[in-house]
Design a protein around this ligand. Structure first.
Ligand code: SF4
Length: 104
């Protein structure tokens, strides 16, 4: 499955609707995802194989108009694979831990 396909099929949980900043864009995933820079690039770059670098995908995310929506979507939906919102899974794990500590 390509990143583009994954973006399209990943359901948006009700709990994430309130947490995602709107940035003036609709909250439904399909509409905001079409604004992503990755919609015009090779989706495979967003799912690097073990040992491959994620920097090419992260560079594409830089300046993406929906980067915050994308990042929060991946965090809220516990997406385990790929670069979302400029963050790797390792970065999302660290952010989830940080948020849990802040909330505790
Ligand atoms: S932040 Fe990155 S992964 Fe997310 S929509 Fe934009 S380019 Fe795609």
């Amino acid at each position: 499955m390509t990143a583009r396909q994954l973006h399209r099929v990943q359901p948006l949980r009700a709990s994430s609707r309130a947490a995602v900043p709107t940035l003036g864009l609709p909250l439904d995933p399909a509409p905001w995802m079409k604004h992503g820079h990755c919609a015009e690039t090779d989706p495979e770059a967003f799912f690097p194989e073990l040992g491959e670098r994620s920097e090419p995908a992260k560079r594409i995310c830089e300046g993406c108009p929906v980067i915050n929506l994308c990042r929060e979507y991946a965090l809220d939906n516990d997406i385990r694979f790929g670069v979302w919102g400029g963050w790797s899974e390792k970065q999302r794990i660290a952010e989830r831990r940080r948020r849990k500590q802040v909330a505790a």
